[in-house]
Design a protein around this ligand. Structure first.
Ligand SMILES: NC(=O)c1ccc[n+]([C@@H]2O[C@H](COP(=O)([O-])OP(=O)(O)OC[C@H]3O[C@@H](n4cnc5c(N)ncnc54)[C@H](O)[C@@H]3O)[C@@H](O)[C@H]2O)c1
Length: 336
């Protein structure tokens, strides 16, 4: 089962799993407005993936769905740090309350299920040193980070107390095909890609000197599968990370070079972003490399080229959010 499976990372995971063959995949996604859920993300898999349009916070649905499942890749959540500051209780519902409902469902109806939860390196806050490893203190700089940290801890508590086989991955910035491009409140890299492809100005807050590491989505899928397959990973937290930290200004230039369009303009930091900005941040992935053998394999230029090609081919499905217009090519159930 993939929660958030119509979103960016979840749908790429569903595609990889289906390509492996001999596996049944069910997706649960609430298709929330302004988030990455997009029916086109599972285009072509209509007859092979069972899709349930529901929140994992919907007890009636989720209590029923978890039984008999071997693995849960738990990717459902709200990812926008800016939105979490505007609507903190909504973020609480999605990133904490709904997570507890899923975990309670597992505790009662499938206590030995393997569950891989995707958190964020935002939980570390403004780094004290770089690259950030798992020993770094946690100090979330925004509501979303606080709720992700709580959700991690719920997963690890249910492992210690009830025996759920939970693993936590702290993701860094992920990019690739099937990401939300409709607005700029989720991912700066997706937004930069869109602006470049449109031949628009890419605005760089504070001149874009902040350095970040990026992971191509297929590398993140590898990590999810490695964590799912490993008993050693249970009860652990692992960072993912990239090899080539890059400034936002250099990333924008790389995109302009690859697309052949767009331009950059430094602009002052909007106050609502400055207040939660964490400056330079990139993660060490040595722990997962040592334990599970994972490392990112896709170089940035190759990942960007594949990403740009995908959106050139499918832009009509990504330029406008379509969370409110869910066609029904799939077998679905619904819920709130
Ligand atoms: N993309 C990144 O760069 C990144 C970085 C760090 C962490 N993460 C984490 O990875 C996970 C997946 O991110 P993504 O980029 O694929 O996001 P996304 O927005 O593309 O997908 C998330 C999906 O979850 C669904 N969802 C949200 N709350 C739900 C609920 N209560 N029940 C069912 N579905 C729900 C949304 O409708 C959406 O389709 C998130 O939990 C996020 O915190 C992502």
């Amino acid at each position: 089962m993939i929660t958030g499976g119509l979103g960016f990372i979840g749908s790429n995971l569903a595609r990889r799993l289906m390509a492996l063959g001999d596996v049944e995949v069910a997706v649960v996604d609430a298709m929330l407005p302004d988030q990455g859920g997009n029916s086109f993300n599972l285009d072509g898999l209509a007859d092979r993936v069972k899709v349930h349009v529901s929140s994992i916070g919907n007890e009636a649905t989720i209590y029923h769905l978890v039984s008999g499942v071997d693995y849960i890749f738990n990717l459902a959540g709200s990812t926008s740090h800016v939105d979490s500051m505007q609507h903190p209780r909504h973020d609480l519902e999605l990133n904490c309350a709904a997570q507890l409902t899923l975990l309670e469902a597992c505790r009662h109806f499938n206590p030995r299920v393997k569950i891989v939860f995707t958190s964020t390196r935002q939980v570390y806050g403004k780094p004290l040193y770089l690259p950030v490893d798992e020993q770094h203190r946690v100090a979330p700089p925004d509501i979303n980070g606080i709720h992700e940290l709580a959700a991690e801890n719920y997963h690890l508590l249910y492992h210690r107390i009830y025996g759920l086989r939970s693993v936590v991955l702290r993701l860094t910035n992920v990019y690739g095909p099937r990401q939300l491009l409709a607005h700029n409140r989720q991912s700066f890299i997706a937004w930069f890609i869109r602006r470049a492809l449109d031949g628009d100005v890419i605005e760089l807050f504070g001149e874009g000197r902040q350095r970040r590491d990026l992971n191509y989505v297929e590398d993140v899928i590898d990590a999810l599968l490695f964590a799912g397959a490993s008993e050693e990973a249970e009860g652990e937290i692992y960072n993912l990370g990239g090899d080539e930290p890059i400034s936002l200004a250099d990333l924008a230039e790389a995109l302009i070079a690859q697309t052949g369009c767009g331009s950059v303009r430094p602009v002052p930091f909007p106050p609502e972003r400055q207040i939660i900005d964490i400056g330079n941040v990139y993660s060490s992935y040595r722990k997962i490399e040592t334990a599970l053998g994972w490392c990112p394999r896709t170089r940035l230029d190759a990942g960007l080229a594949r990403t740009i090609e995908f959106y050139r081919q499918h832009r009509e499905h990504y330029w406008h959010g379509n969370a409110n217009s869910f066609p029904r090519p799939f077998a679905t159930t619904t819920g709130n």
